[in-house]
Design a protein around this ligand. Structure first.
Ligand SMILES: NC(=O)c1ccc[n+]([C@@H]2O[C@H](COP(=O)([O-])OP(=O)(O)OC[C@H]3O[C@@H](n4cnc5c(N)ncnc54)[C@H](OP(=O)(O)O)[C@@H]3O)[C@@H](O)[C@H]2O)c1
Length: 255
């Protein structure tokens, strides 16, 4: 295997998995981390899906010890990572008037603080290499509000701010950082939204999918490969000036 060493958090499913596939195709050596990635069955499934033997390790971005231990294992096995894709994330809907404390804390801790912990762990190695690329998967929810999404919106707005600060601090060291903000993307995370809409409206999941599809100006649901293509381009040598920006992949939608 050739190319750069890449870490993809949340690389077992959805956007992270698609990004892993794209980075492998570009010749990078990848390490995937997620909470369930420590399970041999999950690991085997991911390797089978990707069709190649990659590092798949348990990682909880909510824990500093887990993050630092994961990055150290990657460093020892593959070398110092110079690509980081922060795709690990969760979302829970909750209304402010009776917002569950854990739903708030978990989304901030995983989506925002988890991205920060990963950046902190890889940053010294990138500085030493004089080169690095960090892509944080934020969301259109980071720049627009919606009922029932206070914690998710706040966490993703934080990810956009974190990305911009990282870009400025990294620039003198050859490190670029962007936020990538998709609208709805068809992943296991979105399946929860299909289920909620179906339950609320008493319709089938297929009908709920059609509702969300129709609500997009392009009349479709964005696919994970579209996000992965942006990740891959950013990590290539073709985008040296691409940094300090929130790239929306929204198919015309504000949300
Ligand atoms: N799908 C959308 O519509 C959409 C739109 C905009 C932005 N996004 C963002 O895109 C990113 C990827 O989402 P997705 O749609 O691909 O969701 P997904 O399929 O649910 O994938 C989420 C991934 O994050 C991992 N993860 C969750 N908590 C973690 C933790 N504490 N530590 C390490 N890994 C953790 C999950 O694995 P484990 O559960 O095994 O840990 C899984 O691999 C998220 O940040 C999400 O907010 C998604």
């Amino acid at each position: 295997m050739t190319g750069r060493v890449a870490i993809i958090t949340g690389g077992t499913t959805g956007i992270g998995l698609a990004s892993s596939r794209a980075l492998i195709a570009s010749g990078h050596r990848i390490a995937i981390g997620a909470r369930r990635a420590g399970d041999p069955e999950v690991r085997a499934e991911v390797i089978a899906t990707l069709g190649t033997d990659v590092m798949v390790l348990g990682l909880d971005v909510a824990s500093r010890a887990s993050v630092d231990g994961f990055v150290e294992k990657v460093r020892q096995s593959l070398g110092a990572p110079t690509l980081l894709i922060n795709a690990a994330g969760i979302y829970r809907e909750a209304f402010l008037h009776d917002h569950d404390e854990d739903a708030w804390t978990d989304q901030i801790d995983i989506n925002l603080s988890g991205s920060f912990r990963m950046i902190r762990a890889v940053f010294p190695g990138m500085i030493a290499a004089g080169w690095g690329r960090i892509a944080n998967i934020a969301s259109t929810a980071g720049s627009r509000g919606e009922r029932g999404y206070a914690a998710y919106c706040a966490s993703k707005a934080g990810v956009i701010g974190l990305s911009k600060a990282t870009a400025v601090e990294g620039a003198p060291h050859g490190i670029s950082c962007i936020a990538i903000s998709p609208t709805w993307v068809e992943t296991p995370m979105m399946a929860a939204a299909f289920n909620r809409i179906a339950a609320e409206r008493g319709i089938s999941v297929a009908e709920a999918r059609a509702v969300l599809s129709a609500s997009n100006p392009q009349g479709r649901i964005v696919q994970p490969d579209e996000i992965a293509a942006m990740v891959d381009f950013f990590c290539s040598d073709k985008a040296p000036g691409l940094t300090n920006v929130d790239v929306q992949i929204n198919a015309g939608a504000d949300w």
